[in-house]
Design a protein around this ligand. Structure first.
Ligand code: SAH
Length: 241
C-alpha cells in the first residue's frame, strides 16, 4: 500500500487527520529531506528514506518498490501532493509501468490556502496557481499563462517564485502582467506559511521588492477589486454591503 500524503504547509496543526493516520499506518516513510523533519514527531523511530531535490523519479521508484514488497509506505509532499508534488508522477508510473501497488492520494492544505488565510481573504474570487519553475515546463508556456491569467483578471498565486538560477523570473512575470495589473494592485507575500518562522507583508504591484522573495515564499497578486483595509488583503466576492 502506498499513501501519497500531502502534509500541509508547515506545522502539525495544518495537517489533516487523514494525513496523520496515513503516516501513523505507514511502516516506511519516503520524502524530500526538508519535509521529513516536519513530520518527525509523528514518525518516531520508523525508517525514513530521504532523497534530495531533482531526484523525484528515483524517490517514487523507491517508494513503489518498497510498497510492492508488501510494506505500507507513506510518500510525503509538502502542501498537497497533487499540486507540484509527487501524486501525478506516482500515478503516471503506476498506470504506465509494471508496479502492482495500491495507491491512495491523501490531500493536504496547499501553500496558497495557508498564505491566503495569513493575509486575509485574497482568494475569495477566481484565482489560479502558476509555478515559475522552468525545470520541467518551457519558459514560453509559463509566459503565455502569466499573460492570459493577468488579462483574465485572476488573482494569481505564484509558486516557486525564485531559486538559484531563476533570480529574474518573478520580476519578468511582473513585467508580463504590467499591461493588465494597475500599479496599486495589492500583492501579499508570505514566507514559510504555517511554520514557526512565518513572515508576511503587503505591498503593491509597483512597489514589489523581488529581492525579499525566496523559494519558500508564496506571492499572491490581487485582481482589479482586491484592496487592503486594516492590514488585511481582501478580494470582494461581490456582496453589496
Ligand atoms: N506541493 C506544494 C508545492 C510544492 S512547489 C504545495 O501544495 O504547497 C514549492 C513551492 O511552494 C515553493 O517554492 C513555494 O512557492 C511554495 N510553498 C510551499 N510551502 C510553502 C510555505 N509553507 N509557505 C510559502 N510558500 C510555500
Amino acid at each position: 500500500m502506498l499513501y501519497v500524503v500531502g502534509i500541509g504547509p508547515g506545522g502539525p496543526e495544518m495537517m489533516t487527520a487523514e494525513a496523520r493516520a496515513a503516516i501513523e499506518a505507514a511502516e516506511v516513510i519516503v520524502g524530500y529531506k526538508t519535509y521529513t523533519h516536519l513530520v518527525k514527531a509523528l514518525v518516531g523511530d520508523k525508517p525514513v528514506i530521504k532523497t534530495g531535490m531533482c531526484k523525484e523519479i528515483e524517490r517514487c521508484q523507491v517508494a513503489l518498490d518498497i510498497a510492492q514488497s508488501g510494506k505500507t509506505v507513506a510518500l510525503i509532499s509538502s502542501g498537497d501532493a497533487g499540486i507540484y508534488g509527487m501524486a501525478g508522477l506516482i500515478l503516471e508510473m503506476v498506470t504506465k509501468q509494471t508496479w502492482h501497488v495500491e495507491v491512495k492520494i491523501v490531500p493536504g492544505m496547499t501553500a496558497s490556502i495557508a498564505a491566503g488565510a495569513a493575509l486575509g481573504a485574497p482568494l475569495m474570487h477566481d484565482f489560479c496557481h502558476i509555478s515559475l519553475s522552468d525545470l520541467l515546463t518551457p519558459w514560453s508556456v509559463i509566459e503565455k499563462r502569466i499573460r492570459a491569467a493577468a488579462e483574465a483578471d485572476f488573482v494569481i498565486c505564484f509558486y516557486n517564485p525564485r531559486s538559484r538560477g531563476r533570480e529574474g523570473h518573478l520580476r519578468h512575470a511582473f513585467e508580463l502582467m504590467s499591461p493588465y495589473k494597475a500599479a496599486d494592485t495589492p500583492v501579499g507575500v508570505v514566507k514559510e506559511a504555517g511554520r514557526r518562522k512565518e513572515t508576511k507583508w503587503l505591498t503593491t504591484f509597483a512597489d514589489m521588492d523581488f529581492e525579499r522573495v525566496d523559494m519558500r515564499t508564496m506571492v499572491i497578486v490581487g485582481n482589479q477589486s482586491t484592496y487592503v483595509e486594516q492590514g488585511l488583503m481582501i478580494t470582494p466576492r461581490g456582496y453589496t454591503l
